[in-house]
Design a protein around this ligand. Structure first.
Ligand code: GRG
Length: 286
């Protein structure tokens, strides 16, 4: 199947599931659900849920059983974007081509909407009846670990500390491995748990996820850089382009993509879709 078609078909399923997980409300606090839907249903690339679905499909698991867990990761991702845009963090006015949530709703509502999506992700996982209790627990533990203090949140703290300082390349790599890479890795690990594969294969897939997480971030820096170029604004010290230059960063991303592909060759499954999806992540233009 053509990759663009595959991606769009799965994005449609992901969007439908997201809609159903956060329905509109008529309760006195309906503004919370309105705000959550504004952020969640804005047009994101849905890379993380797409990776979970593609991993489950590759491992011959039940893809229908992957939709809600995949969307739990998107709930966490969306919360992180809402919080990241707040004045106390990156203070961004736009997200996903629209005004950031705190520009449309009061800042306190935006903060609480992020909190709600974070909490709701674990509620969703805990209540998935068609997975075993062991699988549910594993998913909850993986997500808490990857999104938590030694994962995405820890990476964000390094970022905040780095804001006014020059950082080393080592710190840059650690920061992005945690801030961006951990959630992408969790998305792939989710697939391995849902499809119930061996620990050995799960470990290989985890390494694949770590690789594509870093490659994805490098490309994000390159794309960011070209947009900033157009706006003639200053570059943050903490990105791959300022350390490696555009060509160097592109080469680094391609090299990591190659390592990711080598990991895929180590498992006895047809990994064509995962390979194509990781190519899409690295050769994307948006
Ligand atoms: C606030 C706890 C907390 C964490 C924030 C993810 C994050 C950590 C901040 C977002 C800012 C940023 C640019 C992070 C790098 C990761 C990244 C590339 C996020 C954007 O992900 P995409 O491109 O976004 O998948 P869409 O909108 O397509 O879902």
């Amino acid at each position: 199947m053509d990759l663009a078609f595959y991606i769009q078909a799965n994005i449609n399923k992901i969007n439908q599931t997201l809609e159903s997980l956060v329905p509109e409300s008529r309760l006195p606090h309906s503004a919370l659900f309105q705000a959550a839907r504004y952020a969640l249903l804005s047009p994101g690339k849905r890379i993380r849920p797409l990776l979970t679905l593609a991993t489950v499909e590759t491992l011959k698991g039940n893809v229908n059983h992957a939709l809600e867990p995949a969307c739990a990761i998107e709930l966490i991702h969306t919360y992180s974007l809402i919080h990241d845009d707040l004045p106390c963090m990156d203070n961004d006015d736009f997200r996903r081509g629209k005004p950031a949530l705190h520009k449309v709703f009061p800042e306190g509502h935006a903060l609480l909407t992020g909190d709600f999506l974070l909490t709701h992700a674990f509620y969703v996982l805990a209540n998935i009846s068609y997975l075993t209790s062991e699988q549910r627990l594993m998913l909850i533990a993986i997500l808490a670990n990857h999104a938590g203090g030694n994962g995405m949140i820890g990476g964000q703290v390094i970022d905040l500390q780095a804001n006014n300082d020059l950082i080393t390349f080592d710190i840059l790599q650690t920061m992005h491995k945690m801030k961006t890479g951990e959630l992408i890795t969790a998305a792939v690990e989710f697939g391995a748990v849902i499809a119930n594969v061996s620990l050995e294969h799960r470990k290989i897939l985890k390494e694949f996820g770590q690789n594509i997480g870093i490659a994805f971030q490098i490309i994000d820096d390159i794309l960011d850089h070209s947009q900033k170029d157009q706006k003639k604004s200053k570059f943050a010290p903490q990105d791959y382009v300022s350390f490696l230059g555009v060509n160097g960063a592109q080469e680094a991303a391609k090299k990591i993509l190659q390592s990711a592909e080598e990991k895929l060759q180590m498992i006895p499954y047809d990994t064509k879709t995962l390979k194509e999806l990781s190519h899409f992540m690295v050769y994307r233009t948006y």
